[in-house]
Design a protein around this ligand. Structure first.
Ligand code: SF4
Length: 209
């Protein structure tokens, strides 16, 4: 990666981390996927029950495979018949993994959801939430983050899951009320009442969508 981009990401990450700290959340900067994996594992003690709501970024840094192979109780919703039981188990997990659809440079996290299991677990339930967020998701303010979530993340996710939404066809949000909409809930996480619950590993590479 270009040296100037690396420097810019490091500087911007320091601003994001300060913003997170002002909101009772913790941030860490990893310059690449390898460092991100190490930082994430330091937040997840062996023996923890761990689950996740769709998090490509955790796959991309190798975290999901490492947890599945290691000494963790990884609750794999995709590998179980009883999806509802797996979703409910998430609320009592030690650690919930997530990415963010977007976040602001002062530490506000923005997520949209169709089933809403992901945003509800971020909001409450799991003892710890670990976000893996590529620096490509950092936006200048909440408006820009919402625009990113609806015009970048949502269309790509709609296409990925083969959903029949306007954004899957046009590549931009049409503010639909389609039965397939993945914009049922918007979660803006601007403060954590519980210290040491929300941790954000920022990664100096593009991750997810
Ligand atoms: S509201 Fe509809 S069109 Fe807009 S991003 Fe969400 S699913 Fe796509």
């Amino acid at each position: 990666m270009n040296e100037n981009i690396i420097k810019r990401n490091e500087l911007l990450a320091q601003k994001v981390i300060k913003g997170l700290e002002s909101r009772n959340m913790s941030g860490y900067y990893a310059k690449d996927k390898e460092e991100a994996l190490k930082a994430a594992l330091e937040l997840i003690p062996e023996g923890s029950s761990v689950t996740m709501g769709g998090c490509m970024s955790a796959h991309e840094i190798g975290l999901v495979e490492t947890l599945k192979m290691g000494d963790y109780n990884f609750i794999d919703r995709d590998a179980t018949e009883d999806k509802r039981a797996a979703m409910l188990a998430a609320y009592d997990a030690d650690v919930f993994l997530s990415s963010a659809n977007a976040m602001t440079d002062d530490g506000v996290l923005v997520n949209i959801d169709g089933n809403s299991n992901r945003v509800s677990a971020i909001a409450q339930g799991p003892k710890k939430v670990v976000f893996i967020v590529g620096m490509n998701k950092v936006c200048s303010d909440t408006d820009a983050a919402m625009k990113r979530a609806r015009n970048v993340a949502a269309p790509i996710n709609a296409q990925r899951f083969g959903l029949s939404t306007p954004c899957a066809k046009t590549g931009a949000c049409m503010n639909c009320k389609s039965p397939d909409t993945i914009c049922c809930q918007f979660l803006i996480t601007r403060f954590s009442r519980h210290k040491d619950r929300i941790h954000v590993v920022l990664v100096g590479e593009d991750l997810g969508f």
